[in-house]
Design a protein around this ligand. Structure first.
Ligand SMILES: [Zn+2]
Length: 251
């Protein structure tokens, strides 16, 4: 590490769980974030500030006035700008040492493996079930840890999936074997979402990504954390590996 890096990351380096070795690992890490929206905004900013050396951002959307209530990586001046461009600019301002790859495309079955293969870990901050299940299955096939969060109204949830790493580790389809119909669950646009809730869950995702890179603490794999912002309470649910899981079960 350079003198500047040692100063920039001093509060990490002083932590025995990170140290110089851990910080070097963060600098060498490559993380792909799906969505530069509500969850992606805090997630990307904390990962850049933490010195994650390579960040990829996948989003095909442009910044809209209605995004600014929670997507705090974007500014009023960014309205109409592609979100990946606006996010890339903000992240370079936070930490010019970070390389940011802007993938201005929508995740599909045809591009998912190409997008994730060059990264060590994937964080899902998308807003739709099609993306969540595509990522779950592709991350399983390519053996990438997936830190996934979701928010709606005043409720948030987060877990980590790495079902390829052993019998105790489930995937998203162990929890819910199939995606619900897109119109069965309302979107944030239809039902609303508290702005700061995105900050809470996105920051938690950044924490879990850093933990997975460092291999410290207790992974969220096998546990679904849920947050009820109105009640001000957290809950934890164990997720069992499903023997007949269509993705990670035994054939
Ligand atoms: Zn599974």
């Amino acid at each position: 590490m350079t003198e500047m890096q040692i100063r920039r990351y001093a509060r990490h380096i002083v932590l025995p769980e990170i140290g110089g070795v851990g910080q070097s690992r963060l600098i060498a890490a490559r993380v792909l974030v799906l969505g530069a929206g509500g969850l992606g905004a805090p997630l990307l900013q904390y990962l850049a500030a933490a010195g994650i050396g390579t960040l990829g951002v996948v989003d095909d959307d442009t910044v809209d006035l209605s995004n600014l209530q929670r997507q705090i990586i974007h500014r009023t001046n960014d309205i109409g700008v592609p979100k990946v461009v606006s996010a890339q600019r903000a992240l370079s301002d936070i930490n010019p040492e970070v390389t940011v790859h802007a993938h201005r495309e929508r995740l599909t079955a045809a591009n998912v493996e190409r997008l994730i293969e060059d990264y060590d870990i994937v964080a899902d901050g998308s807003d739709n079930f099609a993306t969540r299940y595509l990522l779950n299955d592709a991350c399983y096939r390519l053996r990438k840890p997936l830190v996934a969060a979701a928010i709606l109204r005043f409720d948030g949830q987060i877990s980590t999936y790495k079902a390829w790493s052993g019998a105790r580790h489930p995937c998203l389809r162990c929890l819910f074997p199939a995606a619900p119909a897109e119109d069965a669950v309302p979107s944030c646009a239809q039902a609303g979402v508290l702005g700061a809730l995105a900050g809470t869950l996105g920051a938690l995702q950044a924490t879990e990504v850093v933990k997975e890179i460092l291999g410290v603490g207790r992974s969220l794999s096998g546990r679904l954390l849920t947050y009820d912002a109105l009640d001000g309470s957290w809950d934890e649910m164990a997720i069992e590996k499903r023997p007949g899981c269509p993705t990670c079960g035994q054939a």
